[in-house]
Structure formats: C-alpha cells, structure tokens
Design a protein around this ligand. Sequence first.
Ligand SMILES: Nc1ncnc2c1ncn2[C@@H]1O[C@H](COP(=O)(O)OP(=O)(O)OP(=O)(O)O)[C@@H](O)[C@H]1O
Length: 396
Amino acid sequence: MPTALSDTPARDIAAGTGPRERPAAADALLSLRGVRKSYGGVAVAVEGVDLDLAPGEILTLLGPSGCGKTSTLRIAIGLERASDGEVWLGGQLVDAPARRVFVPPERRNMGMVFQSYAIWPHMSVFENVAYPLQARRRPAAEIKADVDRLLDMTGLSSFADRPGTRLSGGQQQRVAIARGLAAGSGVLLMDEPFSNLDSHLRNHMRAEVKLLQRKLGIAVLFVTHDQSEALALSDRIAVMRAGRIEQIGPPTELYNNPASANVRDFLGENMRLSGRIRARGRDAGLTVELSEGNICLVDGQDHTGGAPVGSPCLLSIRPEHVRVEPAPAGPHTVEPNVVAGRILAMLFLGSAFEASVRLASGAVVTTMLGSDTELKEGQAVRLVLPKLRLHAWPED
Ligand SMILES: Nc1ncnc2c1ncn2[C@@H]1O[C@H](COP(=O)(O)OP(=O)(O)OP(=O)(O)O)[C@@H](O)[C@H]1O
C-alpha cells in the first residue's frame, strides 16, 4: 500500500508492546475485536464492536447521536482505553485490557481530523503540517521534503507561510488532513470533519477527500451521522446503533438490501404501504393485500419471519423505484402492483421533483419525478410498484 511518507510503518510503532501474532483479518491495517467501552463502569457506549479497516478503503461509522461512533474512533487512536476487547494496528496489539497492553496515541502515529480542525493559529500552514514530524524528532531536511510533498498533494503549497488563522474553512480542513497524513501510518481517522462547513463546501470537500484518498491509497476510518455523506464517500459503511454494529457492507448493498428496519430507515427514503399477507409462494415471494384494497406481489426481501397468512405487514420501496404515470381516462381498473392516487404537492429540487401523492386510503406517500415531468399538482396518477423492488417487513 502506498503510504504518504517515507516514515515509520505502523507495524514498527508498537514494537515490543505485545504478542506478535496477527488478528483474524490478515491484511487489515486496523482491527477491533470485541471492543467494549463503558465510562465510569456504568454507561456502556460501545458493546462488542468487531471491524477491520482494509488498506486503501474508506470505512464509515454511521449512526445517530450517542450510538458510540466517536468512542469507537477514540479507542482506535488511543485517546480512550477499551474496557474490554482488542485493538490491533498493522499487526501489533495496541490495546487489550485483559493482557494489560496499551500503546498511547503518540506511539500509534495515526492521523486524526476533528470537526474543529484543531489548526494551531500561532503556527503557519507549514509548521502545522510539520508538527507531527518534529514531535518524532525527524531530521529537518526530511521534514521539509515530506511537508513540501504533503502541501503539494493537498494543494496548499502556495499557503505554506500563511498563519493558520488566515485560511478559509475548506483550506483549514485541508491543513488538518495534511497534518493527519504527516502522522505517517497510512491510516487517517476523521470525526465529522465537514460538519462546520456550509453545504456547498461540504459537498466539495467530500469529493476532494475521496480524490485525495484515492490518489494516496491511504485507509480512512470516517465518522458521520449524515447518511448522504456516508453513501457518497464510503467503500463500506458500518451502521451503528446503541453501541453495536448493526450491518456492515458497501453502500449499495446496505441501501438495496437493508438487514433491519433501522438500517432501512437510516439510509435513504422509503415509501411505506401497510397491508396484510394473503399468500406465501412455495419458494419465495408474498402476495399482500394493501390497505388500498389492491393486491401486490412482493419478490424483494421478506423480513416477516414466516408470519402466517392474514398477518399485518409493511411494504417498503425506494421512491426512485416507483413509476408514476398519469391515470388512464375511463373507469378505474384494478391491477396487481398498481395503486391509484392524486398528486397533492410537487417540490422542485433542481435535478428532480419530490411529489406527495395521496392514495385512496388517505395515506400520503412521497415519490420522485424527473425534472422534465409533465405531471402536475392535482393530477390523478397511478403508482406502479415493481415486485422485485418491494420488501416486506413486520408492522412497525
Ligand atoms: N467521557 C464520557 N463520559 C461518560 N459518557 C460518555 C463519555 N463520552 C461519551 N459518553 C457516552 O457514551 C455514549 C456514546 O457516545 P459517543 O460520543 O461515542 O457517540 P456518537 O455516536 O459519537 O455521538 P455524537 O454523534 O453525538 O458525537 C453516549 O451515551 C455518551 O453520552
């Protein structure tokens, strides 16, 4: 894996601190095994987390406030000690309470970028980036060469002499990233790094970080509560809830095949329709009668756990998978997987319209329409629900 600097590799950092054998994942740069954290022995923040950060990947911890994302990150870098479990860095054990192993953060050499950037205002851009290298007493010529390279890679060369205070939010963020890379382990931890930026700059920085990460081949463990940020940036997402990882996988897998209602609702929008199971296919598939009276064939995921025919259930479908067509003239005909409705309101989002549609039952659902749609507010429509895109769940 190409690391940013000609620096001490992570596997040498903790030399002499623990056993030599590797944890389960052979090529992982960072591994957490059964990590648990309770503050003051009472509040449990992290409850048995296992994860492996592979070389060159962006792995995001995603979840609502208080689910344990930051605690997990702080344990990884050594700012907190795990209460139980093991942390491995580059094949070396760096935290294992049961084995009395703990390597402090300054000896883990991992870069961390915080929400607040933590740029030192009394130092120039060059000095900020050089700091982690000076702290390790590297020779001046080597420091200069490495910092020049990092400033070049992050597009900051022309700002080298500028004080940290005289930079825009995006530039400060880049200084924080360059300084994180100077830590040299090839692993960068980022905790909500864009939350202080306005939405335009936030989008720009997401793209910039991903480009930089791809160029350098570093591994990033990223924390956010923003699902669109996680979907856009990550190679893999770990959705956390109450201190545990609920599902981990590539963004498209989590989006298309959520393993739980929590992951389904946390990632993206859903149209939800309530109904009752009318039949179960021999191998797979359900027939569901909606509250609208229509029949729907469901060939997506079945999360109803074999609930018997007659049980209430919930169907979900991503709004972009619903086809919205003008209602045909003449008497209403009932067809499977087609629901009648009327557009109540259309919101123009730039690239698309978000339309609220009232169904016969009175339920209001949200759908997406192309920006060139000819459909209008007040118009009668039919919603076509492809069976492969419909997932069945127990009632909420
Ligand atoms: N130093 C601390 N002392 C006591 N409890 C703490 C401490 N730090 C975090 N907690 C608690 O641990 C739980 C997890 O907190 P953590 O900051 O890891 O969550 P988070 O998902 O990162 O939240 P946020 O997105 O709000 O930062 C919360 O209930 C929090 O109140």
